[in-house]
Design a binder for this molecule. Sequence first.
Ligand code: FES
Length: 557
Amino acid sequence: MASPPRSTVRFGSRRLPISPGRSLLEALWNGRLPILQRSIRYHRPRAPFCGVGQCTQCLVRVNGVPNVRACRYVPGDGDVVETENAWPSPNHDVLGALDLLLPGGIDTLRGFRRPAFLTPLYHQVVRRLSGYGRIADRPGGIEPPAARRIETEVAVLGTGIAGAAALSTLAEHGIASVGIDTSPIAAVRPGVAMLSGTTVAFLPPPRPEVDRPWRLIAVEGRRRGVDVRARSVIIATGGYDAGLWFAGSDRPGVVTAEGALAFTEPNRAPFFRRAVVFGGGERAAEILDRCGPQVDAVVAPGSVSPELTEKASALEVPLYPRTLLMAAIGRRRVRGVRLRSRADGAEFSLETDAVILAHRRLPHPQLYFQAGAEMEWRNAGGAYYPKLGRGTATSQPGLFGAGEGAGFVGTAAAEASGTAAAMQALGEEPPSLANLGRVDAIEPNEIEGYYRQLFAGRRPKGKWIVCPCEDVMLTEIEEAHERGYRGIEVIKRYTGVGSGLCQGRYCLPDTLLLLARLEQRRPTEVGYITQRPPVTPLPLSAFAGLPDESEPTGAAR
Ligand code: FES
């Protein structure tokens, strides 16, 4: 019997096979990290970086819709996939020649003002030359699908360890709940309504005195809105691996630990033959567990944990504690790294074709900000976390925080906090969380001291891209400071840092530390940007499909 024809996507002149439920990135994978785009402004080659839908380095155009994350998109048969931001292709981008003519890049934000009637034409031309790509083929022509509504007792945002523990506890008590996760392949939990591949934003409830107090718009598959009403919300959005600033940090081959884990799934050979891992703790040890034979060296910003030392010595991997990562060597891809000892300033290089950043975890705080929860700065994490009162209760009634995003460290703490949040949502007394691992509020932040030393010395040549989405350079932030701009919100508006599609995940945490040092203020005094929903960019059509507010909030539909 003839086997059924395989589903494929069209990519240029080729047809690439796809597998059910697997990401588009898998289909585009070519044995090594594919270069899928060029950066805007400087046309720098970019390859997937995070593997979990947080960065903007795997964007492609699918069926005429721009900026689709290949690592998150599950393709369908016949999808037409194109690269964007480069001409004729990201591998050979002719527009890159402009960088030789205009080494300072094209200023797409300011510049041309008069005569005013030519401004739109000017912007059209410079934006195309800068690699901004094309807008959607049918802007405004998309009929908004009607949103459906879910009414539930508890909405759990994030279904990782903490979210899963909360959902299990709620299911055990027979409480209606819905789990919502951005991953398109979140595990289905028996007896629990799940919305996967979905991002959410808090909306003000239309009639708070009648409706369930929490209202969220969840958007499935970037299109269809789901109007979620819940008595309680548990935020368990977790954390992510941070980026790092060094010359050439945006080179293909530099990936986060999450990226390394995603790109080296057990069924896939690693994209690198040799890697340098940057980090001195648990996360770096995890990478050694998964990719040990390919790891050539572990470079740590500070000291190295006993667990990591033991693993590295078993694998005979050399350790470089208290070392600055100064530069990635290589023009199109990483070929090596330049390092400097923090102890004696000695510089040396290592050959490698991957740099895995496993030095720092950051929380996802956006939904807490949006929900109006009181936040606090915790020094050891170098980030904002929700201020928790009893157990997992935030300052907002009916809103609970669990897991890494709420400052709980480690698997056991994530699980226990998820269970506690579910009990509190049920109105029960939570178990004590006193002995669980928590991000310390006082302890100094390791990366703060690291950057202080890095910026005090001579910097190697090369582009220090601090915001890979918008190609903002470190010197632009420093110049903005010299010109008298103060505070992160102002610096964001002036330089564009943090205004890209990753919504500041990979640039703002470090920008905050830099500004605190330059302005000689505490990070909290430098402020934080206003968090505007949604956390992941969505088409307006999803919101346009929301039901009319005058409709009664009856049964779920
Ligand atoms: S690699 Fe897909 S968003 Fe980062």
